[in-house]
Design a protein around this ligand. Sequence first.
Ligand code: ZN
Length: 144
Amino acid sequence: MRVCPECGKNVDEKALACSYCGFPFEKKEKIYLVSSKVMIIAFVIGLIMMIAGIKTINDPMVSFYKQHIQECEEGITDAQREKATTLITLKSGYDDIISTYERLIKDDLRKMRIIQIKGYVMLTIGLGLLVYVIYNYYLQKRRK
Ligand SMILES: [Zn+2]
C-alpha cells in the first residue's frame, strides 16, 4: 500500500493513479539510459577504436610479411628444383634450406595473424561502442 500525496488515502502499490482522487503516481522508470556525456565519450572512443582497427588491419607490416612469404615460397620452389638435379650427397643441404624457408613462413604467418586479430578486435569493439551509442540515442529520442 502507498499513501496518496493528494488525498492521503491508502492506495494499491501498483496503481498508476489514485483510485479515489485520480492523482497520477509517477511511474519509476528503470534508468537504462546513459547520460549524453558518457555517450559522447563512448562515441569518440568507438570511432577512434574503429579507425585504429582499420589502420591495424591495413598495417604496412602485413604486406611486408605477405611479400616475404612469397619470396620464401619462391625460395622453396628453387631449392626443390635444384635438389632434384643435384648430387645425392648435396640433397640434404637443400632440405635444410627448404625447412628454413618453411620456418620463416610460419613465423611470418604468426606475426601477420597477431596484427590482424588485434585489428579486428579493435574494429569490433569500436563498432560495438558506436552501435551502443546509436541505440541509446534512439531510445532517448523515442522517449521524448
Ligand atoms: Zn488520492
